[in-house]
Design a binder for this molecule. Structure first.
Ligand SMILES: NC(=O)c1ccc[n+]([C@@H]2O[C@H](COP(=O)([O-])OP(=O)(O)OC[C@H]3O[C@@H](n4cnc5c(N)ncnc54)[C@H](OP(=O)(O)O)[C@@H]3O)[C@@H](O)[C@H]2O)c1
Length: 281
């Protein structure tokens, strides 16, 4: 159970976390506060979850045991100076900001207890995966609380080096995008064969879901599962030939690599001051 938690930014991901934490009774709603500039959004969060909200971030953090940064990367440089030096040593910062490096957060806030994480979009239905790491000063009880916060979004995996966060951004953070594109392509292929779009959607989604659960529950290597259904000269062998000829594996590998490079680039810019416009000079 968490004593109190504050959110800086009350958007989609903050709401997923608030919903999971309040509904899972991990924190009492009166001990949750969200700093959010938009009045309409504050009213929505208050009425849906009975939490407190404020337009002023500094007010949000005052009493909180844990402070979650759930703002867009480009807002980080605006928010960090507002809160610099305002945190107490025992307060824990959890960031879900894509590309927001620990050094940028730590220097920007003048604070050392920091958790950096990368959730993904299925978090919005409690089926997310969050990969996270933390600074050495984060205590074991604080780590347990951070894990509980991420469990409100689904599963969580701790990694012991920040370098894995850029990798996770490319694999799990961006992962739903690969999945949705493959899903869409297979649905279109089924429509091409002659199925109605509704039936094509259901057939493909159930097939993908069933195959993933089978892979998960059987614990077998994907190649083994594939070989089990690839009879000599059969339909699977024919389909695999076309996928290999079309370099599907290479395309996926290049996509993941490109996402990784982009994440690293983003990390170099997030949390750095924006270049001054000529008129500011
Ligand atoms: N969505 C995902 O699946 C996902 C996955 C991994 C990581 N992330 C990361 O999670 C973070 C939040 O993403 P999101 O999808 O929740 O974005 P979002 O819905 O746009 O939420 C951001 C919220 O922050 C508010 N905000 C803007 N300026 C602020 C300020 N100065 N102080 C406090 N709040 C402010 C925004 O209000 P306004 O609407 O009024 O601007 C908005 O409600 C991002 O850094 C993203 O990279 C998201």
């Amino acid at each position: 159970m968490l004593d109190s938690i504050a959110f800086i930014g009350g958007g989609v991901m903050a709401e997923a976390m608030i919903g999971g934490l309040v509904e899972g009774k991990l924190v009492a709603p009166e001990h949750v506060i969200a700093g959010e500039p938009l009045e309409k959004r504050r009213a929505e969060l208050e009425s849906r979850y009975h939490i407190h909200t404020t337009p002023t971030n500094i007010d949000a953090i005052r009493e909180a045991e844990i402070i979650v940064f759930a703002i867009k990367p480009q807002m980080l440089m605006r928010v960090l100076p507002e809160l610099k030096g305002a945190l107490r040593e025992e307060q824990l910062v959890i960031s879900i900001v894509a590309g927001g490096r620990i050094a940028a957060l730590s220097e920007g806030l003048h604070h050392s207890a920091i958790v950096r994480s990368m959730p993904n979009t299925p978090a919005q239905i409690g089926e997310g995966l969050t990969v996270w790491t933390c600074t050495p000063v984060v205590t074991v009880p604080q780590r347990k609380k951070a894990a509980a916060v991420f469990q409100a979004l689904g599963k969580e995996i701790f990694v012991d080096d920040e370098k894995y966060l850029d990798m996770a951004t490319a694999v799990s953070g961006t992962g739903p995008t690969y999945t949705f594109l493959v899903l869409e392509a297979l649905i279109d292929a089924a429509v091409h064969l002659g199925f109605s779009r509704d039936i094509a959607h259901d057939i493909v989604i159930e097939t993908m879901l069933g195959s993933l659960l089978f892979a998960l529950k059987s614990g077998k290597h994907p190649a083994e599962l594939r070989n089990m259904v690839t009879s000599p000269g059969g339909t699977s062998a024919e389909a695999i030939y076309q996928m290999e000829k079309g370099a599907l594996r290479t395309v996926l590998s290049k996509a993941v690599w490109a996402a990784y490079q982009k994440s690293r680039l983003l990390g170099e810019s997030v949390g750095k001051a924006e270049p001054r416009k000529p008129m500011d000079a």
